[in-house]
Design a binder for this molecule. Sequence first.
Ligand code: NAD
Length: 281
Amino acid sequence: MAHGTTLSGSTVLVTGGGSGLGRRMALLAAERGARVLIWDLSADGGANVRDEIRAAGGTAEAQTVNVADRDAVKAAATEAGPIDVLINNAGVVSGRLLLDAADEDIERTFNVNVLALYWVTRAFLPGMTSRGCGTVVTVASAAGLVGVARQTDYSASKFAAFGFNESLRAELRSGGSGVSTLVVCPYYIDTGMFDGVRTRFPLLLPILKEEEVAVKILDGIEAGREKLVLPPLVNLVPAARILPVAAFDRLMDVLGINRTMDHFTGRPGTGHAAGTAPEAE
Ligand SMILES: NC(=O)c1ccc[n+]([C@@H]2O[C@H](COP(=O)([O-])OP(=O)(O)OC[C@H]3O[C@@H](n4cnc5c(N)ncnc54)[C@H](O)[C@@H]3O)[C@@H](O)[C@H]2O)c1
């Protein structure tokens, strides 16, 4: 177990904090006494969550930032000042078959889900390292442990996020930096991002509740957990790789993994399903 970071009195940055899981983590972190900074591409989304936190008596700021824009990240980080807990949560999905996805969808997936991890973490890690404390959270996915049909870009981006976290953890450990990492690999969550997905065995692989996942992540940050895989059955995926490929694929098919996206619509109006970035308002 690594060092935990107490949220009360800490400054927490949540990327993609304007909706879904990010919004919920922002609200709950503020309830636990953190000062919360929300970064989102959607100016309205970020401002609404900031206002919700303030209305409940908490402390929050919001900045409209495209985390995939390296220069914008640098400028916003300078304005933001020191951060104790960085939650790299912003993410996008297009949900298309490889040959149906537009080139731009694929680029956007990697820009937001992968490259942004580098720009945002590189902006705040020097401060954390010099203070000798803090936590960097990478919100990956169960799709970062197993490839899923209609997710060639999304799943590959989440495998990259998982690898990003593991390499970063190794670097921080060998440098004795005092900064902790937490990687999060949830199955589907009821945020709307994956609207339309279906799960074959809801008792074994339930669609997770946004609040439940947010609470577990915040508990993990405070306890110094390094990996959070939800639900627990998903932990068997790496172990199942000892099977021959055909048997592994059969097991995933029996669990219905590769049919989950058959009725995927994504969140209407955000452009996620259509693979276009929501415009900053
Ligand atoms: N919903 C799920 O089923 C699920 C499952 C596993 C992992 N995840 C991951 O959890 C994270 C949060 O997902 P969610 O379900 O809350 O999605 P969501 O769509 O509700 O929220 C994502 C937020 O990120 C913001 N965003 C998108 N691109 C951005 C950019 N370039 N710069 C800044 N902000 C940007 C959006 O405006 C939005 O507010 C994502 O990384 C997602 O991949 C989600």
